[in-house]
Design a protein around this ligand. Sequence first.
Ligand code: B12
Ligand code: SF4
Ligand code: SF4
Length: 433
Amino acid sequence: MADPRHDLRRTARGERGAIAERACGRAKLARIGYEPHMTPIAATTISALARELGFARAAIVPIEPPRRHAVYTSWLASGHAAGMAYLAAPEHIAQRADLRALLAAARSLIVVALAYDRAEPIPPDALLRGKIARYARGEDYHLVMRDRLVALADRLAAALGRPVASRPCVDSAPVLEREWAERGGLGFVAKNTMVIAPGLGSYVLLGELLVDAELAPTAPSEPPRPRCGSCRACLDACPTAAFADAYVLDARRCISYLTIEHHGVIPRELRAAIGTWVFGCDICQEVCPFNAGAGPDAGEVDRLLRPRTLEHALPDLVALASRGANQLRRLVKRSALRRAPRSALLRNVAIALGNTGDARAIPALVALLGHRAALVRGHAVWALGELGAAEVLAGHRDTDPFVLDELTWARRAAATRTAAMRRTPPPPGSADR
Ligand code: B12
Ligand code: SF4
Ligand code: SF4
């Protein structure tokens, strides 16, 4: 009787699959963990295809249930997801527990990492500059990742000589990306909850490609062990105390959440700690010893993820505050910055200007007082209070309840600051002495 697997090999893998099997040789296939039911394509071929496409790391993981789904549901139950309601939707929770819910025919998962730049540019001026998280300084990684994963699926199909059913996933897909990256051996999950890839650090973005081909897995039998040891630099450095514990982040306090995902009023008690971050935050990565030094080779850092301009990394806050809708649209085009609506971005700019402690920020904030969104006006009012701009605040009139509440608070804050300045003796040698 004909071996049904043989037929399957001929029909599903096609002629080129059979050629690959012949070319590879049975001994070599056995060495890479290939079993007869698997698609005869060497893991090294997949790695090479992924490398050609710019992925710094790639691994093949068998389709299995995740081990840490319960960690995810208890994180949701603790309220740590803040206002990211989509994460708690029953369908989303169920899909995260079963990769086949995303592609019924899935037989393998290819997990990939794209590395991005860790260097910090040095501005050539003394302008009031804000900070954009490193991952968002270049092309939108969602687009870059998706395009590359689609290209990887195409190349896999060409190598196998048959169409491949596939599904690319990045970020918003219902996938436990860190768990799968860890399972694939790309890196370990650290106390700051980031996946740290040895040799690359944590400045890597994750993506996944589900495919209907059963590929020989490259995943280690045990995921890499956490290597933080007794270090807790990230936990101590977080300015908003957003870590409920090691490995547990409470998004309600995280600057990344507040400046990107949250589009409403930022709690007053957290505003000062945001400093000059206008989109995302990298502090718990900046202090990590695994990110120290020059970082990966230039060839491993994705060129499309490099900062487009200085304004995409350390924007001039005064100029950013006065950008019109069209100018802002141009700045965020094909960038991850698109995720924050314009009013939320200007809200962040207002907070950052207030946190500069520099009176040069006042005219830009006065201009924001004329913005049509109460969200922007209210945060500009707060920032003016931080800068002690009592006269400006005394003259501002508004009808929005949120702005009026901010005005009451900011006038008091500005008066306190002015009184404190009067009480402080002028420095020795100053003209007023
Ligand atoms: C929601 C979300 C956020 C939220 C919450 C973050 C968080 N830590 O949970 C907010 C908005 C705050 C956020 C911020 C950032 N994010 Co985000 N985010 C996500 C998203 C969409 C879901 C994460 C999630 O499910 N969180 C819930 C927790 C419970 O799950 P988890 O973080 O995956 O944790 C798993 C492991 O940590 C593990 N685990 C739990 N406990 C323990 C204990 C031990 C001992 C061990 C070993 C493991 C372990 O189990 C969990 C479940 O499998 C993912 C994409 C995705 N689909 O997964 C991107 C993702 C995690 N974000 C990413 C990035 C880049 C960021 C920022 C760096 C952006 C920035 N610079 O501003 C910050 C980093 C903040 C931080 N320290 O995490 C990358 C991370 C890449 C990496 N190297 O890890 C991802 C994977 C997106 C991507 N495709 O690359 N993010
Ligand atoms: S991203 Fe910033 S605010 Fe969020 S946990 Fe890390 S250090 Fe804290
Ligand atoms: S700073 Fe220390 S504790 Fe935090 S992730 Fe890095 S090694 Fe781990």
